[in-house]
Design a protein around this ligand. Structure first.
Ligand code: HEC
Ligand code: HEC
Ligand code: HEC
Ligand code: HEC
Ligand code: HEC
Ligand code: HEC
Ligand code: HEC
Length: 422
C-alpha cells in the first residue's frame, strides 16, 4: 500500500507524543489514505484543502457549484411546510402534500383523500432558481413529483409531470450526478436486460462539486505539501495556467455544453488537461447556435463559442468568472470585464448615440447578454396552470435590437429627459 510506510511513521509518532493524536489520526485517514475517498487512493477529499487554502475553501462554500447537491435539510429545502402552503393540487381528485416528521421531510400523494404513495426527501438538487428532490428506493434513486421554484416562491410539479399524472417512479441515472456531484458508482448490472433500471452504490455518492472534481486527484499534492511545508510552488497538481485555451474550455464544457451528444464514458474521470471529445461526442463551434433553442441545462460553451468576442480574442470562461466565489448578480464586476476589452478610446464600443454615458456602461449585459427563457415549465398550483419561465443568461454575446430598445426606453423613463434613441 502506497500509504502504509507513512502511516506507520505517524502512528509511531503518535505513540511518543500523545497530545496531537486526534490530529495525526485525522491526517492519516483523510490525507490520501486508501479507503476514505470512494474515487480511490489518488483523491485526498476536499476537506483536506482547507488547511492550506482557507480563503478559497471558505468562499467556495457559498457558490452554486458547492450547493448543487446536498442532503435534504432545512438549509437545502426552501419550500414551505406550513399547513396553508404545503399542498400542491394536481387536479380535482389528486394532490401531493409536503410535511415534516421529526427531522425528515416527506411527499405524500392522495387520490380522493386516500394515500397513494409516500416518500422521503433524501437529496436536494439546485437552489438558485429551482430545486428538485430525489429519494433512495433500495439501490435505485428516484425523483419526487414536486419541486420548488424561486420565481413562484412555491412548490410546483417537477418538470415533465402533467396535471393528471403523479409519479414516484422516475428513475434517475448517474448522468445527473455527473454534472451535479463529484461521484457516484453505478453497480454492475447482474442481468443483461437493457430495460433494468440502473442501480447505484449509495455509499459511493460524493455530494457537491468539490475541489477535486475540477482540479483532479490531489492526494499526492496534499501529502507532498504536508511533508514539505516550506515549498511554496505547487507540486503534483495540474496548473490551470499551463493549459491550452481549449483544455481550459473543456474543463468547464464537461458540464456546460448541454445534455445532447452521445456519451462515450462517464465524465467523473475527466481531469483538467483531458480532452472532452474522449468522453462525449460533441462539436462546439456551431455557427448556428440558436439562443431560442437553449434548454434549462444551458449550452454556455457553444453559445459563447459562436460569439464574435470569443472568436476574435483568446477569452475563456475564467475571463469573466471566478469559480471560487458566488458572483451571482455582481453586474458591475461583469461589465468591468467587457470594458477591459471594449473602450471608447479603442473605438470598439457601441456607437449607439454618439455618447456612451454611465447609464449605458452599467448595462452592457442587459443589452448584449439578455436573459432568455429556456424550456418553459408548466407548473400546476391550486389547480391552475401557471407558466414559469426559467430564464438563462445567453452566452451568445451579440446585438439584440429588441432588447436594446427595451433597455433604452427604461433608461429614458428613469432619467425623464430622453438622452438616448435608437
Ligand atoms: C499542506 C498544504 C496544502 C494542502 C493540504 C493543499 N494544498 Fe494546494 N497548494 C499548496 C501550496 C503550497 C501551493 C502553491 C502556492 C499556492 O498556489 O497557493 C498550492 C497550490 C494549489 C493549486 C494551484 C496550482 C497552480 O499553480 O495553478 C491548486 C489548484 C491546489 N493547490 C489545489 C489543492 C486542492 C484541491 C487541495 C485539497 C484536495 C489542496 N490543494 C490541498 C499547499 C497545499
Ligand atoms: C462537474 C460539473 C461542472 C463543472 C466541471 C463546472 N460546472 Fe459550472 N455549474 C455546474 C452546475 C450543475 C451548475 C448549476 C448549479 C446549481 O444551480 O445547482 C453550475 C453553475 C455555474 C454557474 C452559475 C453560478 C450561479 O451562481 O448560478 C457558473 C457561472 C458556472 N457554473 C461556471 C463554470 C465555469 C467557469 C466552469 C469551469 C471552470 C464550471 N462552471 C465547471 C456544473 C459544473
Ligand atoms: C450536462 C450536465 C448536466 C446534466 C446531465 C444535468 N444537469 Fe442539471 N444543470 C446543469 C447546469 C449547467 C445547470 C445550470 C443551468 C444554467 O443556468 O445554465 C443545471 C441546473 C439544474 C437545476 C436548477 C438549479 C438551480 O439552482 O436553479 C436542477 C434542479 C437540475 N439541473 C437538476 C438536474 C437533474 C435532476 C438532472 C438529471 C435528470 C440534471 N440536472 C442533469 C447541468 C446538468
Ligand atoms: C468549478 C471548478 C472549480 C472548483 C470546484 C474549484 N476550482 Fe480552484 N480553480 C478553478 C479554475 C478554473 C482556476 C484557475 C483560475 C484562473 O486561472 O483564473 C482555479 C485555480 C485555483 C487555485 C490557484 C489560483 C488561485 O486562485 O489561488 C487554487 C489554489 C485552487 N483553485 C484551489 C481550489 C480549492 C481548494 C477548491 C475547493 C474549495 C477549488 N479550487 C475548487 C476551478 C475550480
Ligand atoms: C477578451 C476581450 C473581450 C471581452 C472580455 C469582451 N469582448 Fe466583446 N468583442 C471582443 C472582440 C475582439 C470582438 C470583435 C470585434 C472587434 O474586433 O472589436 C468583440 C465583439 C463584440 C460585439 C459585437 C458583436 C457582433 O456580433 O458584431 C459586442 C456586442 C460585444 N463584443 C460585447 C461585449 C460585451 C457586452 C462584453 C462583456 C459581457 C464583451 N464584449 C467582452 C473582445 C472582447
Ligand atoms: C464575457 C464575460 C463572460 C464569459 C467569457 C463567460 N460568462 Fe458566464 N456569465 C456572464 C454573465 C454576465 C452572467 C450573468 C451573471 C448574473 O446574472 O449574475 C453569466 C452567467 C453564467 C451562468 C449562469 C447562467 C444563468 O443565467 O443562470 C453560467 C452557468 C455561466 N455563466 C457559465 C459560463 C461558462 C461555462 C463560460 C465559458 C464557456 C462562461 N460562462 C463565460 C459572463 C460571462
Ligand atoms: C441600450 C442597449 C445597449 C447597451 C447598454 C450597450 N450596448 Fe453595445 N450595442 C447596442 C446596439 C443596439 C449596438 C449596435 C448599434 C451600434 O453599434 O450603435 C451595439 C453595438 C456594440 C458593439 C459593436 C460595435 C461595432 O462597431 O461593431 C460593441 C463592441 C458593444 N456594443 C459593446 C458594448 C459594451 C462593452 C457595453 C457596456 C459598456 C455596451 N455595448 C452597452 C446596444 C447596447
Amino acid at each position: 500500500m502506497r500509504q502504509s510506510a507513512k502511516q506507520k511513521r505517524f502512528l509511531l509518532l503518535a505513540g511518543v507524543f500523545l497530545v496531537p493524536l486526534a490530529l495525526i489520526f485525522s491526517q492519516c485517514f483523510t490525507g490520501g489514505s486508501e479507503s476514505r475517498d470512494p474515487r480511490g487512493i489518488l483523491y485526498a477529499g476536499s476537506s483536506t484543502c482547507v488547511k492550506c487554502h482557507k480563503d478559497i475553501y471558505t468562499s467556495y462554500q457559498h457558490t452554486a457549484h458547492f450547493q448543487t447537491t446536498r442532503e435534504a435539510s432545512p438549509q437545502s429545502v426552501h419550500g414551505s411546510f406550513s399547513p396553508d402552503s404545503n399542498t400542491l393540487v394536481f387536479n380535482d381528485s389528486m394532490k401531493v402534500v409536503m410535511d415534516k416528521q421529526g427531522k425528515a421531510f416527506y411527499q405524500t400523494s392522495y387520490k380522493n383523500g386516500k394515500v397513494l404513495q409516500k416518500a422521503r426527501f433524501d437529496i436536494a438538487f439546485g437552489g438558485v432558481k429551482a430545486e428538485t428532490y430525489l429519494y433512495w428506493k433500495g439501490k435505485q434513486i428516484m425523483q419526487l413529483p414536486v419541486s420548488y421554484y424561486n420565481a413562484l416562491h412555491s412548490w410546483g410539479n417537477s418538470p415533465g409531470y402533467t396535471s393528471d399524472y403523479i409519479d414516484f417512479s422516475r428513475v434517475i441515472g448517474s448522468r445527473c450526478f455527473e454534472c451535479h456531484s463529484s461521484y457516484i458508482k453505478e453497480l454492475p448490472s447482474e442481468s443483461q436486460s437493457l430495460s433494468r433500471p440502473v442501480e447505484m452504490d449509495q455509499k459511493s455518492l460524493i455530494l457537491s462539486i468539490d475541489c477535486e472534481r475540477c482540479h483532479g486527484p490531489a492526494g499526492n499534492h496534499v501529502n507532498y505539501h504536508t511533508e514539505y511545508p516550506g515549498v511554496k510552488e505547487a507540486k503534483y497538481i495540474v496548473k490551470y495556467k499551463s493549459l491550452s485555451r481549449s483544455q481550459k474550455i473543456d474543463a468547464c464544457a464537461v458540464c456546460h455544453s448541454g445534455n445532447s451528444g452521445n456519451m462515450l464514458r462517464p465524465t467523473f474521470a475527466f481531469k483538467p488537461g483531458d480532452t472532452l471529445a474522449k468522453f462525449k461526442e460533441i462539436s462546439f463551434y456551431h455557427e448556428d447556435s440558436d439562443p431560442a433553442k437553449l434548454d434549462v441545462h444551458g449550452n454556455q460553451v457553444q453559445l459563447l463559442a459562436s460569439s464574435a468576442c470569443f472568436i476574435k480574442s483568446q477569452m475563456d470562461c475564467a475571463t469573466c468568472h471566478n469559480t471560487h466565489q458566488n458572483q451571482r448578480g455582481l453586474i458591475p464586476v461583469f461589465t468591468q470585464q467587457c470594458q477591459n476589452c471594449h473602450t471608447t478610446q479603442k473605438h470598439n464600443l457601441c456607437k449607439l448615440t454618439g455618447r456612451v454615458d454611465q447609464s449605458l456602461l452599467n448595462k452592457c449585459i442587459d443589452c448584449h447578454m439578455p436573459a432568455k427563457p429556456s424550456n418553459v415549465i408548466t407548473v400546476h398550483n391550486g389547480g391552475k396552470s401557471t407558466l414559469v419561465p426559467y430564464e438563462v443568461r445567453t452566452h451568445r454575446i451579440a446585438i439584440y435590437p429588441d432588447e436594446a430598445k427595451k433597455i433604452i426606453n427604461m433608461i429614458n423613463a428613469q432619467t425623464q429627459k430622453p438622452v438616448h434613441k435608437l
